[in-house]
Design a protein around this ligand. Structure first.
Ligand SMILES: [Ca+2]
Ligand SMILES: [Ca+2]
Length: 188
């Protein structure tokens, strides 16, 4: 499914732009996502290049964008490249267990190894990098600092981390995963 935009709205203002980890920030769905005017009533992102192909079963975390204790009135919509506007499923829940990935685990497979090194190598010098393309410190650039981080983490494995009590996670694109899971393969 080719997703070019999504928006999450809350009439009661239950959204937390501070806790939101946008796709623009994480780079999880490609480098071209751009935040549009986030506030407590609406969080949106657009991908003008229409290149975010989300495979069936893809799950993308968008951080703690829901203010705990607020009214659960979020509406999640997304638009496809074909011009369809679809309604997604919103689930509310407390995060029980999450993988905390090492900064140099670019492909998020749990280990920092040669594959990650090759990612960094092929993007070395890039100035519009994301954590998926070798930027460990999120300064947008892949340079020696990132290489040193990778060197220090080389061979290490990510560990499951217990999040802070009360931290909330809204896997907003999980709606897509749920809708398509019947025939899908699990990607993440
Ligand atoms: Ca890896
Ligand atoms: Ca960097």
């Amino acid at each position: 499914m080719d997703i070019i935009a999504y928006s999450i709205t809350s009439a009661s203002g239950a959204l937390s732009p501070q806790g939101w980890q946008s796709l623009q920030e994480s780079g999880e769905a490609g480098a071209d996502w751009a935040e549009a005017n986030p506030n407590a009533n609406g969080l949106s992102e657009l991908n003008p290049s229409t290149s975010s192909l989300l495979t069936t079963g893809t799950v993308l975390g968008l951080g703690s964008l829901f203010t705990p204790g607020s009214e659960q009135d979020l509406i999640f919509q997304y638009a496809t490249a074909g011009g369809e506007l679809l309604l997604g499923t919103v689930e509310y829940g407390e995060l029980s267990l999450a993988m905390e990935f090492l900064a140099a685990d670019f492909n998020k497979d749990g280990t920092v190894n040669l594959e990650d090194f090759n990612t960094l190598k092929s993007n070395f010098g890039s100035t519009d990098a994301t954590m998926a393309t070798g930027d460990t410190n999120m300064d947008g650039v892949v340079n020696l600092a990132d290489f040193n981080t990778l060197k220090n983490q080389f061979g290490q494995s990510s560990s499951a981390a217990v999040p802070e009590p009360g931290s909330w996670l809204l896997m907003i694109l999980a709606g897509i995963a749920l809708l398509l899971r019947k025939s899908g393969r699990k990607l993440v």
